[in-house]
Design a protein around this ligand. Structure first.
Ligand code: IPM
Ligand code: MN
Length: 349
């Protein structure tokens, strides 16, 4: 029995999560596995009503589940940072989800903005470090609000954090056909933090002789992702760079409507989410694309040890893009949010 915490969250989060859960129910019936869900009403609305972001009682319960399924976090009436730091980043940090795994895969039939590139060219995966770097929250103000104001925001890299992330990426690369791992950093400018990344990479790679090591600066990585995406297999990178390059990655795989990710703690509680935001302008209109949330269910199943179910969910999504849904944008799919969920269920057979 898999115990899954569900946090639908803000904006279109609840709409896409509903479709993801529809698919989860269908695949569990087909494959005959059991699960239970516990839903948590946290996010922008709860905060605006009660001032609570992530109550300790909820956090304690989350420590006991097998996985968390998250819709979206972000509310137009809440000051930037409160929900992001208090909820999303708090979960990533306090549950020590040190890997943010983001596949960039162009499914058959999907419109790709890159000229002459197809599914055989775009199939790589980004391993984003998820607990350090500019995200750890260090820094502050001096003389705030005066003409002499100073603000600092610190970049943090620890040998332990970098090494466990690199090891995860090497292990992943080892399991793939191409077995190539690109470190994406900026060693020519960030000569302390990224020197640590580089030295650790050089050391750890010796333990994985079957993996082809590669290095690209982050700016060049962006260029190659557009020019020659077929070059990449696994990219390992820092939290901030990973945030940025995976939005670019989402675009070349057809858009935010399909991009899913997992916040992984291999020894603890992991959390799966569509990587797009709460999309307030589409909220409640039944037009948002739930495929990213459905793909997040696929990733969650894989992580829970239901590999066969996971691959059938992915196959159902691919059948749909190959035959019916080319444009993955909100309102452009030719089907409503709920219809897309139904179509995936139908494709599961
Ligand atoms: C993401 C998001 C978050 C991040 C925000 C909402 C804090 O952009 O998951 O990529 O920066 O990690
Ligand atoms: Mn992001």
């Amino acid at each position: 029995m898999h115990k899954i915490a569900v946090i639908p969250g803000d904006g279109t989060g609840p709409e896409v999560v509903r479709e993801g859960l529809k698919v989860l129910k269908a695949i569990s019936e087909k494959k005959g596995f059991q699960y239970e869900t516990v839903e948590y009403d946290i996010g922008g609305n709860r905060y605006l009503k009660t001032g609570e972001v992530l109550p300790d009682s909820v956090f304690k319960e989350l420590l006991e589940v097998d996985a968390i399924y998250l819709g979206a976090v972000g509310h137009p009436d809440v000051k930037p940072g409160i929900l992001e730091k208090g909820l999303l980043l708090r979960l990533r940090f306090d549950l020590d989800q040190y890997i943010n795994l983001r596949p960039v895969k162009l499914y058959p039939g999907v419109d790709c903005p890159l000229k002459d590139k197809g599914p055989e060219d775009i199939d790589f995966i980004v391993v984003r470090e998820n607990t350090e770097d500019l995200y750890f929250g260090g820094g502050g103000f001096l003389r705030k609000g005066t003409p002499h104001e100073v603000a600092t925001q610190e970049m943090l890299a620890t040998r332990f954090g970098v090494e466990r992330c690199l090891r995860y990426a090497f292990e992943l690369a080892q399991k793939r056909k191409k077995k190539q791992l690109t470190l994406c950093a900026k060693t020519n400018v960030l000569t302390y933090a990224h020197d640590l990344w580089w030295r650790t990479f050089e050391e750890v790679q010796k333990e994985y002789p079957d993996v082809k090591p590669d290095y690209a600066h982050v700016d060049a990585t962006c260029m190659w992702m557009v020019k020659n995406p077929e070059f990449f297999d696994v990219i390992v990178t820092t939290n901030m760079f990973g945030d940025i390059i995976t939005d670019l990655g989402a675009m070349i795989q057809g858009g935010m409507g399909i991009a899913a990710g997992g916040n992984i703690n291999p020894e603890g509680v992991s959390m799966f989410e569509p990587i797009g935001g709460s999309a307030p302008k589409y909220t409640g209109k039944n037009v948002i694309n739930p495929l990213a949330a459905i793909c997040a269910v696929g990733m969650m199943l894989d992580f829970l040890g239901q590999e066969q179910a996971a691959s059938e969910v992915e196959q159902a999504v691919m059948d749909l893009t190959a035959t019916k849904i080319k444009d993955l944008g909100a309102g452009k799919m030719g089907y409503s949010t709920t219809e897309v969920g139904d179509l995936v269920v139908e494709a599961l057979g």
